[in-house]
Design a protein around this ligand. Sequence first.
Ligand SMILES: NC(=O)c1ccc[n+]([C@@H]2O[C@H](COP(=O)([O-])OP(=O)(O)OC[C@H]3O[C@@H](n4cnc5c(N)ncnc54)[C@H](O)[C@@H]3O)[C@@H](O)[C@H]2O)c1
Length: 352
Amino acid sequence: METWILDRRDVAAVTALVGRDALMGRVVGRLTEGFADIGHGRRELSPLRGGFTRSEPVPGILEWMPHRDAGDSVTIKTVAYSPGNPTHFSLPTIIGTVARYDDTTGALTALMDGVLLTAIRTGAASAVASRLLARPDSRVLGLIGAGAQAVTQAHALSLVFPLEQVLVWDTDPAHLESFARRAAFTGVPVRVADPARIAAEADIVCTATSVAVGGGPVLPDTGHRAHLHINAVGADLVGKTELPRAWLRRAFTVADHPEQARREGESQQLGPADPVTGLAGLVADPQRARDRRDGLTVFDSTGFALEDALAMEVFLEAAAEHGLGTRMSIEHHPADALDPYALQQTPAAASL
Ligand SMILES: NC(=O)c1ccc[n+]([C@@H]2O[C@H](COP(=O)([O-])OP(=O)(O)OC[C@H]3O[C@@H](n4cnc5c(N)ncnc54)[C@H](O)[C@@H]3O)[C@@H](O)[C@H]2O)c1
């Protein structure tokens, strides 16, 4: 049995051939269907992820994120968060790979890059939540954190709102300075603004920072528009949060995965009695979200493996449409299933 591999050249080719906007659009559509399926009880949320934290030499975490579609497949993303990567190694903060297994035999059926996939599906998840919770005429997007995720947050939201302005802030001047170039393809003008101005002027804010555990909030507890919607993306570690607690306590808080959000998302700041609404239930019953649009709303995004499985499906379908990817026999499936030494050798090895 062969494994279908999409390496970095394949994901680049898929992106170029399908187009960034169409690819993001497909993922937004697929996630919307996936959340609706969960909301209607046709699918289940993924289990909580696990991980190994490290403090040296680059503080961070390596996580495994599983999802099972019984009778079909198991998808597992292994993903590391290493916020020192851009500075020390010129590598992304988020690095990962996504593997898909046959749920019946356990064989590895597909393997692909998880770096672009994570950025796209995280932007797409914010688009799904914002379409429900933000005002449809939202024109000003604020970004706190101008790293990799900020690019796909701006991209996804530019596709579903009539954005006229992006206001951006980052504590690293070089990241702040280069953001306009990285987001130029969205066509939305970008301007630098401090967090207080972003809070005051934005209709939608995305926080996607690498602020340290205990280092938040990344927004001041100052004035904001009454209808502000926030996509809180960066809080995804125990102890790491980005929003002023007072904002969260008076907001209508919606999480992609409420149990995980209470453990490691923005909702860590809430008490057990404070409500955290599941995004899936709102996608299945959108009126409940629309009734909240004139007040402060927060999407607590921690990310889970069904989102990765759905995004992987989109990439694999597009790769199939364009004949991309490599098929490779990685696993040793012996000629005699009961004899591990029944090797299917290469001609060179057989002649030894
Ligand atoms: N919710 C999800 O599904 C999901 C998915 C991917 C990444 N994330 C999280 O999003 C965060 C950002 O990821 P990334 O890939 O963009 O990382 P990145 O390193 O590319 O960007 C993070 C940016 O935040 C900036 N920053 C740090 N502290 C700040 C502060 N106090 N105020 C403003 N800016 C600050 C950094 O200078 C950097 O530019 C990470 O915490 C990551 O774990 C969440």
